[in-house]
Design a protein around this ligand. Structure first.
Ligand SMILES: [Zn+2]
Length: 107
């Protein structure tokens, strides 16, 4: 049984055009996740009283969720086919939230 009460229109990445979904993290930051669940995903969507938030899950809990058929989502920035730097720059605090290195580091 699936109920979609608040189905938002699909967003698309301005850089590569792939469908994405914007979700808020518990910290209040926004993250662009892939529209479709992915077995490699590291974020799950959690329902709260105020709506839904994205929550990062780590191994081995991540595997447990997969076994339970929970939908996990990849951050779009990890699969964006467009090279970073050409469009809107990804802020460092967002990169940190995604587990990526800050810009300009490790060159
Ligand atoms: Zn993209």
């Amino acid at each position: 049984m699936s109920r979609r009460s608040t189905r938002r229109p699909t967003s698309r990445c301005k850089r590569c055009g792939l469908p994405i979904r914007w979700n808020q993290l518990a910290s209040g930051e926004w993250i662009a996740l892939m529209e479709s669940p992915d077995p490699d995903g590291r974020y799950r969507i959690v329902r709260q009283q105020g709506g839904v938030i994205a929550e990062k899950v780590e191994d081995p809990y991540r595997i447990e969720l997969l076994v339970r058929d929970e939908h996990l989502f990849l951050p779009h920035s990890e699969v964006c086919t467009s090279k970073p730097g050409g469009g809107v720059p990804c802020p460092d605090h967002l990169r940190e939230a995604l587990g990526l290195k800050p810009r300009g580091e490790g060159k």
